[in-house]
Design a protein around this ligand. Structure first.
Ligand code: NAD
Length: 486
């Protein structure tokens, strides 16, 4: 597979109203290969006028063919998209791997997950119903579950295929018309998805993709008065802006933001079973995962052993170019490498480095490589234990008893997911209730979990739920009809 073969569409074009259009701006944005630093393509730099056109196309779709498409047919179209994604799974994985630096084996998971989202929501499209409600004598009362209308989807660069999959396929299943704004660092798979939607026969305007800068087209989309629902995945800082824009237009918003998720390891853990996950749940996508388990809280009785054995795993970790399929690829951009490296430098000032992985000697000098780093004996209030680093960095934090573990686990401003490692069933149940997060994993860790599982945060990790059936409720609204018939 070559990069040119995986790029079977023109990435400088936008997808609006079922057609490929030139952006209003003749400037383009360079696409860098994070494994080498080379510019491999250019994407279009959309303008606010392009967002106006995309929202108008979505409105027209709702008034036209898409708005008249029955739920079962929406499901069939999504299923055709699923088939095409599977047919092109290898090309999509290659495209994503080259664009964001993910090892191919991880990028393949992303294209399969995109297909699975389409499959799940295709099957669900005609299974979300209203209800009839017993009311006063002489009345029939029922509810209709209706789409919001035009939905905006602003996504980050770390899992573009998975995040557009969970958000756009649920919105389409419920009959909304979508405007998707991918991240400037990772737009290629969103454009590929648009090409697949067109090939599958998705009516014009049901999905529109506008690439460009967050401060230009992202902001214009969030503020657009024609948008009826905002789904945002990204940083807390941008999420706040999105919520402000939603407040001005008084529209609902789903925010999937960052995290500082803990593994909580009690001294009755089955350590052999837990060990690969204790490390792997942070190394996936080189730590650039919102639900990365970046804090490892360990009970004192087993702390030294966990530290030693995690250090052994770290010593085997290799970082290399995405096509080489090592444990970790490069980070997405020079900027991200700089951010993560400065956290590692900060940690070196007053913390102990328990272990580091290795960057392969033949990794290209222009690539954004960072060695995975494990810090030991980290105070829970240290910046490295509080702030989202979004790279391959974990901190080990010792604790005494269950109450202290819960206090530390809940002691950041985030609350996305948590892993609990213990064989004590009663303790498992207590922790599942007391942890302020959106997902709890007991003796496992899914870094976001499966397609069927509602996902989202508490605190600064955001609000609203995507994935599973919950997303269908989020992407629709209830209308109550009362009929008086005597
Ligand atoms: P980001 O907030 O910088 O960018 C996300 C998206 O917002 C991009 O498409 C960007 O172009 C756009 N954007 C930027 N400024 C904007 C503005 N003013 N108005 C509208 N849109 C704008 O985030 P990022 O650096 O791309 O992603 C990393 C962050 O995403 C991390 O904090 C991570 O935890 C979070 N994330 C969360 C989840 C989740 O499901 N909870 C999943 C993946 C990533």
């Amino acid at each position: 597979m070559t990069f040119q073969k995986s790029l079977w569409f023109d990435p400088t074009m936008l997808f609006i109203g079922g057609e490929w259009r030139k952006p209003g701006n003749t400037d383009t944005i360079a696409v860098e290969n994070p494994s080498t630093g080379e510019v491999i393509a250019r994407i279009g730099r959309g303008t606010p006028a392009d967002i106006d056109a995309a929202v108008a196309a979505a409105e027209a779709a709702l008034e036209g063919d898409w708005g008249r498409t029955p739920a079962v047919e929406r499901g069939r179209i999504l299923m055709r998209m699923q088939q095409l994604v599977l047919q092109r799974a290898e090309e999509l994985a290659f495209l994503e791997s080259t664009d964001v630096g993910k090892p191919m084996k991880q990028a393949r998971n992303d294209s399969v997950a995109l297909a699975r989202y389409l499959e799940f929501y295709a099957g669900a499209a005609d299974k979300v119903h209203g209800t009839t409600i017993p009311y006063q004598e002489g009345f029939t009362v029922y509810t209709l579950r209706e789409p919001h209308g035009v939905t905006a989807h602003i996504i980050p660069w770390n899992y573009p295929m998975q995040i557009l999959g969970r958000s756009v396929s649920a919105a389409l299943a419920m009959g909304n018309a979508c405007v998707l704004k991918p991240a400037e660092d990772a737009s290629l798979s969103s454009l590929a998805f648009a090409a697949i939607a067109a090939e599958a026969g998705l009516p014009a305007g049901a999905l529109n993709v506008v690439t460009g800068l967050g401060s230009e087209v992202g902001q214009a989309l969030a503020e657009h008065p024609g948008v009826h629902h905002l789904s945002f995945t990204g940083s807390v800082a941008t999420g706040r802006r999105i919520q402000e824009a939603a407040a001005r237009n008084v529209v609902p918003v789903t925010l999937e933001l960052g995290g500082k998720s803990p593994h909580i390891v009690f001294d009755d853990v089955d350590l052999d079973a837990a060990l690969p996950t204790l490390v792997g749940a942070c190394m996936q996508a080189a730590g650039q995962t919102c639900s990365a388990a970046s804090r490892v809280l360990v009970q004192r009785g087993i702390y030294d052993e966990v530290r030693r054995r995690m250090a052994e795993v770290y010593s085997t970790l290799e970082v290399g170019p995405a096509p080489d399929n090592r444990d970790l690829g490069p980070l997405v951009s020079k900027r991200q490498k700089q951010i993560v490296s400065s956290y590692i430098e900060l940690g070196r000032q007053d913390l102990t480095v328990a272990a580091q992985g290795t960057i392969r000697g033949d990794a290209p000098a222009g690539g954004n490589y960072v060695a995975p780093t494990l810090f030991a004996d980290v105070p829970p209030d240290h910046r490295l234990a509080q702030e989202e680093i979004f790279g391959p960095v974990q901190v080990l934090i010792p604790f005494g008893d269950e109450a202290e573990a819960i206090r530390i686990a809940n002691g950041t401003e985030y609350g996305l997911v948590a892993g609990v490692w213990t064989r004590d069933g009663a303790r498992q149940m207590r922790l599942a209730r007391k942890l302020n997060v959106g997902q709890v994993f007991i003796n496992n860790y899914g870094a976001g979990g499966g397609i069927e599982l509602p996902f989202g945060g508490t605190g600064k990790s955001g609000h609203g739920r995507e994935k599973g059936f919950e997303a269908l409720y989020g992407f629709s609204r209830v209308k109550t009809v009362t009929a008086s018939h005597g």
